[in-house]
Design a protein around this ligand. Sequence first.
Ligand SMILES: Nc1ncnc2c1ncn2[C@@H]1O[C@H](COP(=O)(O)OP(=O)(O)O)[C@@H](O)[C@H]1O
Ligand SMILES: [Mg+2]
Length: 227
Amino acid sequence: MSDVVLRLQHVNKVFEQNTPRAVHVLHDIDLELRAGELTALIGPSGSGKSTLLNLMGLLDTPSSGELWVDGQATAQLDDAGRTRLRAHHIGFVFQFHHLIGAFNVLDNVLMPLMLQQGKPTSEQLEYALYLLNAVGLGNMERRSAKALSGGQQQRVAIARALVSRPALLLADEPTGNLDTQTAEEVFALFEQFNRETGCATLIVTHDPRLSNRCPRMIELLDGRVSG
Ligand SMILES: Nc1ncnc2c1ncn2[C@@H]1O[C@H](COP(=O)(O)OP(=O)(O)O)[C@@H](O)[C@H]1O
Ligand SMILES: [Mg+2]
């Protein structure tokens, strides 16, 4: 079906495969994420959530199984192919924002485009400013990123993840480092952008108040999807 943005079939991840230290972290994962879906990924610490997100975000490769992004199979891609697919289809937000402190807010948001193509188009620049406005930082685009609070930096990271208009947005404990009120506000931004852009959104969270707000929940237990 055309609205399947991400499909995993029989995905396994084994670290240090073929060594005595081998750890089988993900077991035979079958999953589909569709356009417009807002999904919480929950599970205890060490259950494999970050490992799964790194596979979904093409930051790492499965030990076996196949993964399709927007209908394109990824197993045969080389690094450059994976990077290109990621750049065009996937936005990623981490627990720690990984902004570049020496750059201003706007340049941090534009960074994925600069890496891809050099100078952004005027339409892209306008969209970056729209996103900054939408995350409540409309007047701060020339501020140095390191001068912002944790919540503000995470808002910049969300705008940066969305600037290439990805079909898939992955967030690994994006509110894990924020106080309750700020976490709530940042989470509401994910809900808003999911509604407005229709991008399939998967958020790892330990907070049941946030995961319970997601129409779909996936639970990982010992590297297996349960329920
Ligand atoms: N690079 C790695 N090498 C070996 N083991 C790893 C590596 N990355 C993660 N693991 C192991 O995989 C398991 C799942 O980790 P992770 O995906 O980070 O879990 P979660 O995000 O749910 O807390 C843990 O037991 C962790 O120690
Ligand atoms: Mg994790």
